[in-house]
Design a protein. Structure first.
Lengths: 308, 305
C-alpha cells in the first residue's frame, strides 16, 4: 500500500519514456507520495478530525461536561434498550453526559500530547544536533546525559515527580516534556553525524559560515524528516503516558474529563456497564493509532529509499 | 575483550553514581521531608525534633554522602509506612516482579521471534502485513485499558482465569499477556530487520548456493547472526518492563515492587520511593551492561569500535 507510487515509477519505465511527462518538483513528488500512502492519509484525516472536535468542543458537545445530574446516573447509551437520544453515550456515575466528557477529553489528550512533544522535542533536538555536530567531548557529555536519562524508569519517575509537585495539567505536561526527550536526542544525534559528513557542510565551514547558520541552514532542514517522525512517536507516547498517570490517579485531576481518568472512574462499574471503560479507551486507542500511522507514513514518504 | 569490558564497567559505575544523586535530590527537592516523616497532626516542635534526629538540618551534600554510604552497605533506610527496612521489603517483593517480567519476556519472544523471521522470509506478504498490524495496534493500546479488557473478556464474559492475586500459575496468565504484549512489536521489528539484512549477505548466498536446505540456512546460519541485536534489546526491554509493572501489578493486585511503588508514592513514603527508583535504575544499568558485554562477545566488531 505504501509503495504504490514508487512501484508505478519503477515498473513502467518504458511507458514513462514514451509518453511526454511533466517532471515533478520534489515538493510535488512528496505530495504525490503522501496521497498514495494509505496509512498517512487515514492518520492525517483522523487526527485532523480529533483536533477539530477538540477545538469545537464548546459548540458540538450536547451538554456541559461538568454538570452533574444525580437523578440520571449511569444512563445507558442510545443503542441499548434503556438508552435515549438525550444522552447518546449515556451518563457516568455522577450523571454527567458521557459524550460531552469524551469530546472535552480530546482537548486534554491533544494539548498534553502536543505540548509535551514540543518541550521534549526542543530539549532533545538541541542535545542531539549539538552532540552530532560538535562530536568529541561535547558528544561524550551529551551521550552520558542520555544514558542517565535512559536508566531512569519513566513511569515511576513521572509518578513520583507528579506526586511530589502536585498534579495539574501544567505539571503533567512539564514532567512528560522533561522525560521524553531521549529518543529525539538519540535519533537526531546520529542523523546529524550523517549529514555532517556530507561535503556541503564542509564547504559551508570552509566558506566561513557561522556555526549557528550551518546548524539552522544546513543541518536542521536535512534532519527534519527524522525530527517529524520522532515527534509523532513521542506525541503518541505522551498521550498514552498521560492516560496511564491519570488512570493511576496521579495525572490530570477530577473533575477534568481526561480519558484515562474516565476509565479509572468507571472501573467500579465495568462488570455491569462495560461501555463505560470501552468508550474512553477506544478514544485513546484511535487517536494514538492515528498519530502512529501518520508518523510511519511520514517516514515512508520522506525517505522512500530507506524503507524496510 | 577485557579492555572493552573494563571500559563498559567503568561507564556503568559512573552512571550508577549519577542516578543515585538524581534519585536522592529528586526526593529532597520536593519540600520539607521532616513534615512528611512527622505525619499529620505533628506540632512544630515534633517536626524540629525529627529534623535533628534524622539530620535533615545538615547541608544536602553531607546528607547525600551519608545516605550513599548507607546504600553501599546495603542500608536504604526504613519505610515510613511499614516501619521496616526498605531492603527487606524489596527482597520480599522483587521475586514476584522479576518472575512476572521474565515470563512476560519469554512469552513475547516465543511469539515475536518466529513472527519476525517469517515476516523477513516473506517480506510484503500477508504474514508480514499481519505482523505489522499487530505491532501498530499494540503500540496504540493503553496497557491499563488492555488489562481491563482482558479482565472483562477472560474474567467475566468467559471466566477462565482468576482476575487478581498470585495464588497459582493461572493467576499469572493475564498479567503475562498484558505485559508481554508491549514488547512484541519491538522484538518483532528488530528480528525482521536483522533477518532481512543477514539474508541479503554473501555468506547466506554461499550457503544457499552450496545446496543447503532452507531450514539449515535460516536457523543455523541466518538467525544466529540476526539475533545479536535482539539480545541487547531484550535486556533493555526487561528494564522497561520492571517500570511498566506498576500498572499491571496494580490492576491485577499483584504484590510486587510495581504495586508497592504506587502505594509508596500515594503514602509519601520517601525512603521506599527512593529505594525502588534506585533499585530499578541499577537493575536497568546492569542489564544493559550485561547485554553490551554479551554483544561484544558475540560480535567482535562491536568491541573494536
Amino acid at each position: 500500500m505504501s509503495d504504490t507510487v514508487e512501484n508505478h515509477l519503477q515498473t513502467a519505465p518504458d511507458e514513462i519514456a514514451a509518453v511526454p511527462v511533466a517532471r515533478l518538483s520534489p515538493k510535488q513528488q512528496l505530495i504525490a507520495r503522501m496521497r498514495g500512502h494509505f496509512g498517512f492519509k487515514v492518520g492525517l484525516i483522523v487526527l485532523v478530525t480529533f483536533t477539530l472536535v477538540a477545538i469545537l468542543a464548546p459548540w458540538i458537545a450536547p451538554h456541559d461536561p461538568y454538570a452533574q445530574d444525580l437523578a440520571n446516573r449511569l444512563v445507558q447509551p442510545v443503542w441499548s434498550e434503556k438508552g435515549s437520544w438525550a444522552h447518546i453515550l449515556g451518563t457516568d456515575s455522577l450523571g454527567r453526559d458521557y459524550l460531552s466528557r469524551l469530546i472535552y477529553g480530546a482537548q486534554i489528550s491533544l494539548v498534553i500530547g502536543f505540548s509535551a512533544m514540543l518541550i521534549s522535542g526542543l530539549i532533545g533536538t538541541v542535545m542531539g544536533i549539538t552532540a552530532g555536530y560538535f562530536g568529541g567531548r561535547v558528544d561524550m557529555v551529551i551521550s552520558f546525559i542520555i544514558l542517565n536519562r535512559l536508566s531512569m524508569p519513566v513511569v515511576l519517575v513521572a509518578l513520583a515527580v507528579v506526586s511530589l509537585f502536585g498534579s495539574s495539567l501544567i505539571i503533567v505536561i512539564l514532567v512528560l516534556g522533561f522525560l521524553l526527550w531521549d529518543r529525539f536526542a538519540v535519533v537526531l544525534r546520529s542523523a546529524t553525524m550523517q549529514v555532517r559528513a556530507i561535503e556541503y557542510v564542509a564547504a559551508a565551514e570552509v566558506l566561513g559560515s557561522p556555526v549557528r547558520k550551518i546548524l539552522f541552514r544546513d543541518i536542521l532542514p536535512n534532519v527534519s524528516n527524522h525530527l517529524l517522525v520522532v515527534a509523532s512517536i513521542e506525541m503518541a507516547h505522551a498521550i498514552l503516558l498521560e492516560a496511564s498517570l491519570s488512570f493511576l490517579g496521579l495525572g490530570v485531576q477530577p473533575p477534568l474529563p481526561s480519558w484515562g481518568l474516565m476509565v479509572s472512574e468507571a472501573r467500579p462499574f465495568m462488570f455491569f456497564m462495560p461501555w463505560l471503560i470501552t468508550i474512553p479507551g477506544t478514544a485513546i486507542f484511535i487517536v494514538v493509532l492515528a498519530i502512529n500511522l501518520l508518523g510511519d507514513g511520514l517516514r515512508d514518504v520522506t525517505a522512500p529509499e530507506g524503507r524496510n | 575483550m577485557l579492555k572493552y569490558t573494563v571500559k563498559r564497567l567503568g561507564l556503568a559505575l559512573i552512571v550508577m553514581l549519577t542516578v543515585s544523586i538524581i534519585s536522592f535530590t529528586l526526593v529532597r527537592a520536593s519540600g520539607d521531608i521532616a513534615i512528611a516523616v512527622a505525619g499529620e497532626g505533628a506540632t512544630d516542635a515534633d517536626i524540629e525534633a525529627i529534623r535533628q534526629q534524622f539530620g535533615f538540618d545538615r547541608p544536602l551534600v553531607v546528607q547525600y554522602f551519608d545516605w550513599a554510604g548507607d546504600v553501599l552497605t546495603g542500608d536504604l533506610g526504613d519505610s515510613l509506612f511499614y516501619r521496616e527496612p526498605v531492603v527487606q521489603l524489596l527482597v520480599e517483593r522483587m521475586p514476584v516482579t522479576m518472575t512476572l517480567g521474565i515470563l512476560s519476556l519469554g512469552f513475547a519472544m516465543l511469539l515475536a521471534i518466529p513472527l519476525g523471521v517469517l515476516a523477513a522470509v516473506f517480506p510484503n506478504s500477508i504474514i508480514d502485513r499481519i505482523c505489522l498490524g499487530i505491532a501498530v495496534l499494540g503500540q496504540a493500546t493503553p496497557s491499563f485499558w488492555f488489562a481491563l479488557l482482558m479482565i472483562l473478556m477472560f474474567g467475566v464474559i468467559w471466566p477462565v482465569f482468576p482476575i487478581s492475586g498470585t495464588d497459582s500459575w493461572r493467576h499469572f496468565i493475564m498479567p503475562i499477556i498484558v505485559l508481554g504484549y508491549y514488547v512484541i512489536p519491538a522484538i518483532m521489528r528488530i528480528t525482521r530487520a536483522g533477518m532481512i539484512e543477514v539474508l541479503e549477505s554473501d555468506y547466506i548466498r554461499t550457503a544457499k548456493a552450496k545446496g543447503l536446505n532452507t531450514h539449515a540456512v535460516l536457523f543455523k546460519h541466518a538467525l544466529r547472526n540476526a539475533i545479536i541485536p535482539v539480545v541487547s534489546l531484550l535486556a533493555v526491554q526487561l528494564g522497561f518492563m520492571l517500570g511498566g509493572s506498576v500498572v499491571v501489578e496494580t490492576i491485577f493486585s499483584i504484590n510486587g515492587v510495581g504495586h508497592l511503588a504506587l502505594l509508596s508514592i500515594e503514602r509519601s513514603d520517601f525512603p521506599m520511593i527512593q529505594g525502588i527508583v534506585l533499585t530499578l535504575a541499577i537493575l536497568y544499568i546492569l542489564l544493559t551492561l550485561f547485554a553490551d558485554i554479551l554483544n561484544g562477545w558475540l560480535d567482535p566488531r562491536i568491541r573494536i569500535s
